[in-house]
Design a protein around this ligand. Sequence first.
Ligand SMILES: Cc1cc2nc3c(=O)[nH]c(=O)nc-3n(C[C@H](O)[C@H](O)[C@H](O)COP(=O)(O)O)c2cc1C
Length: 184
Amino acid sequence: MRAVVVYESMYGNTHLIADAIGVGLSTAFDVRVLPVSQARPEVVANADLVVVGGPTHIHGMSRARTRKAAVRAADQPVGGLKVEPDALGPRLREWFGWLGRYPVRAAAFDTRMHGHATLTGRAAKGIARRLREHGFDVVTEPESFLVTKQDRLGPQEQDRARNWGAKLATGIKQHASQSVALGG
Ligand SMILES: Cc1cc2nc3c(=O)[nH]c(=O)nc-3n(C[C@H](O)[C@H](O)[C@H](O)COP(=O)(O)O)c2cc1C
């Protein structure tokens, strides 16, 4: 079975989480982890599972102006933040604009600040909604992985992402074997 993890990332945190989810999924899937700029529609169409994530910007998915603000923030000498190579290229909102409809299992995640999601917002909610609009079968609740105020991943978040990916893989594997046993 093939899984693709598609991520958007400005400062690299969502990229690290995508890699960790990929490791977790590799217990059951051949996994590709791709930045959104390289996730061509045929890669999605040929997958058995598509996992999509991005950073939360102003309570939802990033926009061109929030990405520019993120680049400006990284230009400040104090934070030590580096932007990903294709940070100002097309991102998840644009990517969804190009996608067709795919009857493929899917899941959504994001990175965001600590705090209750009603206060911070969460990009994964909008990602899950768009996945459903494109015909995907969203098989689990959206998940958030947390960064500090300095935009660094919390200490346990990569472990949590690996476990989340492994749990997702186990659930899908069990479901697939039950379907075979029932002749579904
Ligand atoms: C312009 C901008 C707006 C942001 N808005 C929010 C927000 O509304 N809620 C939140 O929890 N985090 C917010 N953040 C923090 C981001 O979620 C954080 O930078 C991101 O998770 C880091 O992921 P990345 O390293 O993959 O870019 C914002 C960051 C930037 C740069």
